[in-house]
Ligand binder design. Structure first.
Ligand code: AMP
Ligand code: MG
Length: 333
């Protein structure tokens, strides 16, 4: 009896110690959603991780083109319809970015993406005629949104894969901040959102992958920023010695061949960073640099086919190459 109560006192003390450690340390979660592995590290706030996961699942149900049951799939099947407030917010925001990038980003690219088999994972190389026919219907200007009513031009289908994770990261950031979280790092499969700084006051450190190996090329020190990378190495297949990747040039219907292997965009908005990383990859280095000079609302890091790293000048103090011998060039105004 005595031994028992002493034992339970020890167990209770250990449990208390554990739970106090838990409040001091971060809450972490790894989930599979939106076709990718997501890692969340959140300091402070109660119940926040479960709420964040629920939010991701809710948005996935709306935006996924791989799920027949999603709101987007239903919209694509019927060529239009009335959508949720969330979808009715994302589509016009994405269309504005299609316009801003001169169609390098085009959310109506879905029939082409599907023809290459990137959606179902059944990869194939479509014929030139097939691509020409499908590309003819790719034009974001054929999507009209009035309130919650969306209409698609004949043959057009929407793919939000280039922007949905960025939009989701923005919504999670809002939600976590509203719950009182001041420090968190959300990684939505290459879309990183740094909320505040680390609890010790340092910037968050976000690595940029080497597109040609498993290692990293550089580290960025950031706070309150989205850091989003698009790269051909993220999703690709090989046929007869040729590599085909998932970022499509809407002008040709083929995987973009711009001389770049990856583009990382740093911006306040996750949606902007996500949209631009995809679009700048299609544009190539020169057009991308011009876009940066024209807008100045983001910074970027590019890795080209020679392994040279280019960074916009606003990132100079935040950028550390992993290898000292790396070729690094600064893009200036
Ligand atoms: P991301 O990983 O953000 O660069 O997005 C790539 C995904 O967006 C692809 O898997 C396609 O689903 C879709 N996509 C490919 N090319 C484009 C494009 N030019 N514009 C919009 N979405 C695209
Ligand atoms: Mg993107």
């Amino acid at each position: 009896m005595k031994v028992g109560s002493r034992l339970s006192a020890v167990v209770l003390a250990a449990l208390l110690l554990l739970s106090s450690c838990r409040t001091a340390g971060p809450q972490t979660a790894a989930i599979f959603a939106m076709d990718t592995v997501m890692d969340f590290t959140v300091y402070g706030g109660a119940q926040t991780l479960a709420d964040a996961e629920a939010r991701v699942r809710e948005l996935e149900t709306l935006f996924s083109v791989t799920s027949e049951e999603s709101e987007l799939s239903a919209l694509n099947r019927s060529g239009g319809g009335t959508v949720s407030a969330e979808t009715a917010a994302l589509i016009p925001a994405a269309l504005a970015l299609c316009e801003r990038t001169g169609g390098a980003l085009d959310i109506t690219v879905y029939p082409v993406v599907r023809a290459w088999g990137f959606t179902a994972g059944e990869h194939r190389v479509p014929s030139g005629e097939e691509l020409a026919a499908l590309s003819a219907a790719v034009d974001y200007r054929g999507v009209s949104v009035k309130g919650n009513a969306v209409t698609l031009a004949q043959g057009a289908e929407i793919d939000l894969g280039g922007v949905a994770k960025g939009y989701t990261a923005d919504r999670l950031t809002e939600q976590l901040r509203a719950a009182g979280v001041e420090s968190a790092l959300l990684n939505l499969g290459g879309n990183v959102q740094a909320i505040g700084k680390k609890p010790n006051g340092d910037d968050w450190r976000v690595a940029i992958r080497d597109p040609q190996s498993e290692s990293n090329v550089a580290v960025l020190a950031v706070s309150n920023r989205a850091v989003v990378t698009s790269g051909g190495y993220e999703r690709f297949f090989e046929r007869d010695g040729v590599t085909y990747h998932h970022i499509i040039d809407p002008a040709t219907g083929c995987p973009a061949k711009s001389g770049l292997l990856s583009v990382t965009v740093v911006a306040e908005s996750g949606l902007l960073a996500d949209a631009l990383s995809t679009a700048l990859y299609v544009m190539g280095l020169d057009r991308a640099a011009e876009h940066w000079r024209a807008y100045r609302d983001f910074e970027a890091v590019f890795v080209d086919e020679n392994g040279t790293i280019f960074l916009t000048e606003g990132l100079q103090s935040r950028f550390t190459p992993v290898s000292r011998g790396a070729a690094v060039e600064v893009i200036r105004l």
